[in-house]
Design a protein around this ligand. Sequence first.
Ligand code: SF4
Length: 189
Amino acid sequence: MPVDRPFYAQGLRFSCARCSECCRIDPGFVFLRKKDTEILVSALKMKYTEFVEFYCRWVPDLGGVEQLSLKEKANYDCVFWKNGCSVYEARPLQCRTFPFWPSLLQSADSWEAMSCQGMGKGALHSMKEIELILAQQKEEPVIKRTVVSGGTVVSGGTVVSGGTVVSGGTVVSGGTVVSGGTVKKSGEL
Ligand code: SF4
């Protein structure tokens, strides 16, 4: 049985037109992965907790899950937009891989529905290249946490409120690190 080839089997053209519309003007989310936060924290010379507090927001998803995203300014510009991306070399994977996102590559219709001056023009990106970009996004999931009740985070945690983080890299129970990286105490970041 023949396998359906994706609509981008012959590759897709894209070269950034430097219009900056994907960084500003309209509301949106820049979701963050663990490696994104490590790179940004290092570039900004901040602690992770400060970075989350100053530059990030938790965005509700389904089932009490929240995803970590960059904040926006009141005019919907990205928090890092200052006449250009102020963290360009350290920008998140979501920014570096635009427009080769799963949501835009679902179908030719979804690709064409995206309004972007650089799409359909410029450099040809092969199917192999596109699939490597998709695989990278899949391998590096967005940071999530689960809030069950009373604001207690039970997974994916950066915030622990007198409670128990049970998954997501750092496992803390009553202030004791059971496994994984960063030492946290109940109620502290
Ligand atoms: S981090 Fe930089 S590239 Fe990404 S949306 Fe913000 S300003 Fe644009």
